[in-house]
Structures are given as C-alpha cells and as structure tokens.
Write a protein that binds this ligand. Structure first.
Ligand code: SF4
Length: 208
C-alpha cells in the first residue's frame, strides 16, 4: 500500500489551550471541500503545500515531546479540512504512539468513511459547525448542511460527546446571535455537551 502523505502548509508550535488540551502544535494542511465566504485561511490554502510522510512530520514536531507529555498535549491537525487526510492521521498515530494527544479540526463536511477512520485515531474533534440552519449554512459555505448533521450524529453515537468540542460562530452578515442561540439549542438537543461560542473577525474589520 502507498504511504500516505500530508500536504503540509504551516506548523505553529507551543500553543496553550487554544486548539486542544495542554501544549499543542498546530499542523495545517491543504485542501477543503467548502468555500466559506469569509475563509480566514483562503490565502494559506492557495499556497503550494509540501508533501510529508508521517516520519518526516514526526521529526519536525517531536522537539516539543516533553511539553506534550508534561501537559497532556500533542498535535492538532487543521487546515483546510484535516479529515481529508484521515489515512495520514492513522499513519501519524502509529508513528507517535499513544503518549501524545491528536486533535482534528474539521467542518465535518466530508464522506462518512473519513469520519469513521479518524474516529479510530484521534483523541478529540474540534468542529466548526458554521450554523445549524440549512439556508444560512448554504449561503455561507455553498454546501448542503445535511452531511454535517449526519456525521455529527455518527460521532455522538460512536465516540461520545466528551471527545467533541463544537464551535458555534457568529458570522458577519450571515447569522445573528439569535441564530447562534438556535444552533446551540439544536446541538444540545442532539446530545452535544461541549459548545464554544465565538465571533469570526473579517480582515477588513481588523485592519480598520
Ligand atoms: S471550512 Fe475553514 S478552511 Fe474550509 S473554506 Fe471554510 S473557513 Fe476556509
């Protein structure tokens, strides 16, 4: 079988409690099935990635092995859509062993097989749910929300709510606080227990 490669864009070290427990290293990869209107990663995603093997990535990130072990941290895969690289996540888990935690940042807008594969590998999913209203979701991402809801239900049933952190964003010009309240209500109704509310900040807003 061909060895899976990861399309590496960026590595950010020594992150504390921002995308997983303890000290984490964020590993960003190329590729995303969505086209979000205010994608903060759009420029990065257009860059040419460097394909790396699990061993090569391990060699790059193991400098923080002691921090990972001491704090219960590890490596967070983001992007882009990390679950597009589920086979790589499995290969990386084999390489790094069980001492590090592995997290996956995801929109869950991927085929079920990838979600199921990742569920066997990662310690936690950090899910950017966008909005639970299908019309708002389509307006913002250009895609159908049903796949996301079905994959979330699958994870709730198969890995349990404690391994899922669901982020509910307030999105400029797309949804309101009331929409976020409704998304949170629907998520709790499904069985989600760990929810984080936040606001997207558009670059134009930041620089003005
Ligand atoms: S899911 Fe994330 S990376 Fe993909 S288009 Fe949307 S904001 Fe960008």
């Amino acid at each position: 079988m061909t060895e899976p490669l990861f399309p590496l864009l960026r590595i950010a070290r020594l992150r504390m409690e921002v995308d997983g427990e303890g000290v984490t290293t964020l590993v960003a990869g190329a590729g995303c099935p969505l086209a979000c209107r205010w994608c903060l990663n759009a420029a990065v995603l257009r860059e040419k990635p460097t394909p790396v093997t699990a061993q090569a990535l391990y060699d790059r990130v193991r400098i923080d092995d002691l921090y990972f072990r001491a704090t219960g941290g590890g490596v967070t895969f983001g992007g882009g859509e990390s679950l597009l690289h589920a086979a790589f996540l499995q290969a990386f888990r084999k390489r790094c062993g069980d001492a590090w935690r592995i997290y996956a940042e995801t929109s869950l807008h991927v085929p079920r097989a990838l979600v199921a594969s990742a569920a066997e590998t990662v310690d936690g999913f950090i899910i950017d749910i966008k909005d639970m209203n299908p019309e708002i979701y389509r307006r913002y991402t250009g895609a159908d929300a049903r796949l996301v809801r079905e994959n979330l239900a699958f994870l709730l049933e198969n890995v349990g709510p404690e391994r899922l952190l669901v982020r509910v964003p307030l999105i400029p010009e797309c949804n309101t606080q009331a929409d976020c309240d409704e998304s949170e209500r629907l998520l709790r109704q499904m069985g989600v227990t760990r929810i984080e509310r936040f606001s997207y900040i558009r670059r134009e807003v930041v620089s003005s």
